[in-house]
Design a protein around this ligand. Structure first.
Ligand code: ZN
Ligand code: ZN
Length: 892
């Protein structure tokens, strides 16, 4: 029989066996199955290492839970729409659909080869009309609920991709690192220097009519809901908080102008600095700024000039208006300034140069006064007027508010009639329009008389027309497709030619898996209410603010519409770390990527799980890969040799008990680590266990019952991580059925204290090693291990259970049995009292004796001598040295 395991030779056989037995299919009548989900892949052509890591995590956990007796839902599908497919099709002179289907075939093969077990009966593909019709259906539902807006918007435009980009798809260019800044007062941030996330081209601003989802209606809910997401990494929750950008503050009304009718509301989080306001600034898009532009050429010129640049810096233009400071009555100059953004706060800012970085920079540029209103309370100075002081402090030069602390002042100043509490958000509505072909057509018809009319449910889906190659939007060029009739009045009308952002597709795909063939709605609500939330969702950290916010928004919106019972979609979220190579993230463009097949599929899979905790980054090294390879061979050889061997014992001896106990302890440890997603520790445990099995088999003829069980357990424990290998082992062991469908191994005896037992053996072995080294004993005759007398355990437990301020020595010595040991007992009690709260749990003397007796062969094997393990006798020299779980050691 071959002693070498070859994954490539067996993988097809086992994949077919799993499929034949429908191992991974989740029954539709399952009661609340465990829902394990990896973010579905974008169909780019082949799997990369990030995918492998992501899916190795979900597959290991899904298999583990399935063997534990759960019904498990572990589906897979394809995020198949999107611009890259259009580009790839263009480069290869094909069409996006053909390209995408080819990619799917390839990636599906890759997933099978890796041994990932998915319920393929629930496969979804977002570019199928059967899927995207529900995007359209959901769009019309949202439309009816007032969650869809249409309007002109200044949008980020990539001239190269010829499409609109969401804010989050605009990346900071490496050259212009200042990027977007949110000042301490939070009333302004600046665009500038952004590049397209996909192609790196500089992003321009354009005004276009666009479709939006009103995610801002949910800003407050989405923000506060984060508090309850305890199964999510703090980093993701913080990113979402930041992205939503909730700020509490105040709106302050300034009267502007010749006639007292115009008021401008400025939002600030720093109302305590209001006495330091020396000017008012309006964004170029502010209503009043637009009105002023009509009557003032200088303003008009300025507004026009900043519209075509995204780097207006601290430029601005003074208007001929003044604003009346509501607290002081002072007249302040009014500017139009590009650093004030239209869509943040109210689009107007009270300029406080003394206490805000940007206002200070603006004031310096325009020679405006700097007036201090807050001073530090700790007596430290400020650099005013040269630099702003942006901290809280005590109010000064603030009239009746002088001497108040900033926080108290913010409350008091709000009582003024010109101010009111206000909350603003940085979150913007979700722009879903894309001027591209390969996406879901937005189901709207434009009629001259009726306006925008949603396509009626019966006419869905609006399918994509055949692809034609154009430089602009292919839907716009599909004349025949575009012409239709108005669903309301029957007149000639045209279809909307924008398609949806592909993030719409992925905002609810986890719901479609629940009832993938349901025909009346995107999902069957009854199933969804029972099966949600997703128990474990695994994917990359880069999705913290888009996808992971959108699924929360969709779930809440669906809940409000009455289509779902639940407000949050995911219970536990895991962001897998990055696989690095030469210190950098693997990527094709950097040329440091490694194809998953290069080192063998299962080896790669095993390696990515063994290298680190799922959330940590790790470095790809050939050495560690070969360790993973060797590990598989070791496991395989153990089982293959056993299968060949006839020489086993049927009578047990002392040292077999150690193996039997260690089997239990290993099951307990591995189970704990699977529950905590610490697969690297699972593998560490299995490696240790395999070494023990090898050593045990080499020490003596193995005891049939214990050794056979050990190998079966070995196969079971490794099955979620190396599934093909485990099936091969299972078969060599002559076990029935598939290991993937076997029951998770269970300890035969109580394992509550398994860590302590292990610690006693490990520590005692270490101690013996140290003694033989220090005393330089080369060949000991005998090792004697003496387990302490019972009264010491009782004393230990009394000390452990006592309160820190109890008189511990007194309590111990009150025990008659202990007391009779006189000074020895008193000394021991003193030592225990000193350690007080630091006393770890222990096993009792009998268990300690058992544990060490079982392990005696390890000492015998390592030190090649006799080993005696016994309890302390009354007049024993060694007894005095023995302490609970720390036997006295005598080496002769
Ligand atoms: Zn681009
Ligand atoms: Zn009409």
């Amino acid at each position: 029989m071959s002693r070498r395991y070859d994954h490539a030779r067996v993988q097809e056989y086992w994949q077919q066996a799993w499929e034949r037995d429908e191992v991974f299919e989740c029954p539709t009548d399952a009661a609340d199955p465990t829902y394990v989900l990896g973010m579905f892949p974008y169909t780019s052509g082949s799997l990369h290492m990030g995918h492998i890591r992501n899916y190795a995590i979900t597959d290991a956990y899904a298999r583990y839970r399935r063997m534990g007796g759960d019904d498990v839902l572990h589906p897979m599908g394809w995020d198949a729409f999107g611009l890259p497919a259009e580009n790839a099709a263009y480069e290869r002179d094909t069409d996006p659909e053909s390209w995408t289907r080819t990619c799917i075939d390839q990636m599906k093969d890759d997933l099978r080869e890796m041994g990932f077990g998915y319920d393929w009966s629930r496969e979804i593909t977002t570019c199928d009309p059967e899927y995207y019709q529900w995007n359209q259906w959901l769009f019309t539902q949202f439309y009816d609920e007032g969650l869809v807006d249409y309007g002109a918007a200044t949008v980020n435009w990539c001239p190269d991709c010829e499409t609109v980009l969401a804010d989050a798809q605009v990346e900071t260019s490496p050259e212009a690192d200042e990027g977007e800044t949110t000042a301490g007062t939070g009333h302004s941030h600046t665009h500038g220097g952004g590049v397209c996330w996909r192609c790196g081209t500089g992003v321009e601003q354009r005004d276009l009519d666009q479709w939006f989802f009103a995610i801002t209606d949910y800003a407050e809910e989405l923000y506060h809901g984060l508090d309850d997401l305890e199964g999510w990494p703090d980093g993701v929750r913080d990113s979402q908080r930041n992205w939503i950008g909730r700020q509490e503050g105040a709106r302050v009304s300034f009267t502007v102008g010749h006639d007292d009718h115009d008021t401008v509301e400025a939002f600030t989080t720093r109302l305590d600095t209001v006495y330091g306001a020396t000017y008012l600034a309006l964004s170029p898009g502010h209503d009043l700024a637009r009105a002023l532009a009509d009557e003032d050429d200088a303003v008009a010129e300025y507004v026009e000039s900043v519209a075509s640049t995204d780097d207006a810096g601290m430029s601005g233009v003074e208007t001929d208006r003044t604003a009346t400071h509501p607290y002081t009555g002072a007249e302040l100059p009014v500017y139009v300034a590009a650093y004030v953004l239209d869509d943040v706060g109210t689009g107007a800012v009270m300029g406080v140069p003394a206490h805000n970085e940007q206002d200070h920079a603006f004031a310096a540029e325009h020679d405006l006064p700097v007036e201090q209103a807050v001073e530090p309370v700790d007596g430290s100075g400020t650099d005013l007027p040269h630099a702003p002081y942006t901290g809280d402090g005590m109010l000064t030069d603030s009239g009746e508010y002088d001497g108040l602390a900033s926080s108290a002042a913010r409350e008091r100043l709000r009582e003024h009639e010109a101010a009111e509490s206000a909350v603003t958000y940085r979150l913007r509505d979700w722009l879903i329009s894309r001027q591209r072909y390969w996406g879901t057509p937005i189901p709207i018809v434009h009629c001259d008389d009726c306006g925008h009319v949603p396509v009626p449910e019966d006419d869905l889906p609006v399918e994509l027309p055949d692809y034609v190659q154009t430089t602009g939007n292919p839907l716009d060029a599909a004349e025949e497709w575009k012409q239709t009739t108005c669903p309301d009045c029957g007149a000639d009308a045209v279809r909307e030619t924008d398609t949806m952002d592909t993030f719409v597709d992925s905002s609810w795909y986890f719901l479609r898996y629940l009832s993938p063939h349901f025909e009346d709605a995107p999902f069957d609500q009854e199933t969804a209410d029972e099966w949600l939330p997703v128990d474990v969702y695994v994917g990359g950290e880069e999705h913290a603010v888009l996808h992971l916010l959108y699924i929360r928004f969709f779930t809440r919106a669906l809940s409000d519409i009455g289509l779902l019972d639940r407000e949050e979609p995911v219970d536990r979220l895991i962001n897998q770390g990055t696989v690095l190579h030469s210190g950098e993230k693997m990527s094709k463009s950097k040329g440091n990527d490694i194809a998953p097949h290069e080192y063998g599929a299962e080896t790669t899979r095993l390696f990515v799980l063994s290298a680190a905790h799922p959330s940590q980054d790790f470095e790809w090294t050939v050495k560690d890969v070969s360790t993973a390879y060797d590990f598989q061979q070791t496991l395989y050889r153990l089982v293959a040799e056993y299968a060949d061997r006839t020489e086993t014992r049927t009578e047990s001896t002392d040292h077999d008990a150690y193996l039997e106990r260690e089997i239990d302890r290993t099951i307990a440890a591995v189970t704990e680590e699977y529950d905590r997603f610490r697969f690297h520790r699972v593998i560490g445990e299995i490696q240790r266990f395999a070494r023990l099995l090898g050593r045990y088999a080499g020490y003596d003829r193995p005891y049939q019952f214990a050794y056979g069980r050990g190998l079966r357990v070995l196969a079971g424990l490794v099955a979620p991580i190396a599934p093909f290998l485990a099936e091969e082992m299972w078969q060599l062991l002559d076990e029935d059925g598939l290991v993937a469908e076997s029951r998770w191994p269970e300890p035969l005896r109580d394992v509550d204290d398994y860590r302590i037992e292990r610690q006693v053996v490990r520590q005692t072995l270490d101690d013996v090693r140290e003694i033989t080294e220090v005393v330089d004993i080369e060949a000991p005759n005998e090792i004697e291990l003496v387990v302490a007398a019972d009264w010491k355990y009782r004393a230990y437990e009394i000390a452990r259970e006592s309160d820190p301020d109890d008189a511990i020595v007194g309590e111990i010595m009150a025990d008659e049995d202990i007391k009779q040991h006189g000074d020895t007992a008193a000394d021991f009690a003193d030592r225990l009292a000193d350690r007080g709260a630091g006393l770890e749990p222990i096993i009792d003397g009998e268990r300690e004796l058992d544990t060490l007796q079982q392990a005696a062969w390890l000492f015998e094997d390592e030190f090649d001598c006799d080993v005696v393990v016994r309890r302390a006798a009354p007049d024993d020299d060694l007894a005095a040295k023995a302490r609970p779980n720390k036997p006295a050691i005598h080496i002769s």
